[in-house]
Design a protein around this ligand. Structure first.
Ligand code: CA
Length: 228
């Protein structure tokens, strides 16, 4: 696996390069935007770690140019700013993930491994939410009111489907095919049992109930007051 780091802070760049080298990656390091852009356009990197504030050509310009040239390798950007605007901008321009400086090397390594496992499929979102329920798609974590909720893989997949299509009634057959990869058998109550378990974790301890049963049709997740 060959990675490119574009980072103008010499010490940070060398530190990341050394760590990734020790983790078994082949790593190129560019110290300014133009060199970084040149290398990224030329070499088939598996992933690029891109600092935002760079001399000559900044991280956003590099990212935009790469995506316009249909270079689809994962890009993880490094930002010194903790502002939402910055993150949104990066993701809108086609970045796959970001880290706010300063960060722990172990965190960087974990993010890189996740992105590489994910392959070339671009991740358009990192999180989903409705009311105080939040899903962290990269880490497969759910929380409500800031409190972590432990879900099984299937429960997370079910919740992700509901939140992704919030406000839309999802028939059991659709849920079965999307979450269980099976054709719906009307005798099974797999979906109903799964919804009940999910409710126990997501809704039971909260006044605002998010998962709704639409009789004869299926299930949906929505804010109660926005329903009909
Ligand atoms: Ca910088």
């Amino acid at each position: 696996m060959k990675l490119l780091i574009v980072e103008d802070e010499i010490k940070t760049g060398e530190y990341i390069k050394q760590g990734l080298g020790e983790a078994g990656f082949i790593v190129d390091l560019a110290h300014n935007g133009l060199d970084g852009h040149h290398l990224a356009m030329l070499e088939p990197y598996d992933l690029i770690i891109l600092d935002v504030m760079l001399p000559d050509m900044n991280g956003w310009q590099i990212l935009k140019s790469l995506r316009e040239a249909e270079k689809e390798m994962p890009v993880l950007f490094l930002t010194a700013s903790d502002s939402i605007d910055d993150r949104v901008k990066g993701l809108e321009l086609g970045a796959d993930d970001y880290l706010v400086k300063p960060f722990a090397f172990a965190e960087l390594l974990a993010r890189i491994r996740t992105l590489l496992r994910r392959g070339v499929t671009p991740a358009t979102e990192l999180s989903l939410s409705i009311a105080d329920l939040a899903l962290d798609l990269a880490r497969h974590r759910a929380s409500r009111g800031g409190r972590r909720i432990h879900l099984t893989t299937k429960e997370f997949a079910l919740l992700e489907l509901l939140v992704r299509r919030q406000g839309e009634v999802l028939p059991r057959s659709l849920i079965a095919s999307q979450v269980w990869d099976m054709n719906f058998d009307s005798d099974t109550n797999v979906i109903d049992v799964a919804i009940r378990r999910l409710r126990a974790k997501i809704d039971d301890n909260f006044d605002l109930k998010l998962i709704q049963t639409v009789r004869g049709m299926g299930y949906m997740i929505d804010l109660p007051e926005s329903g009909s």
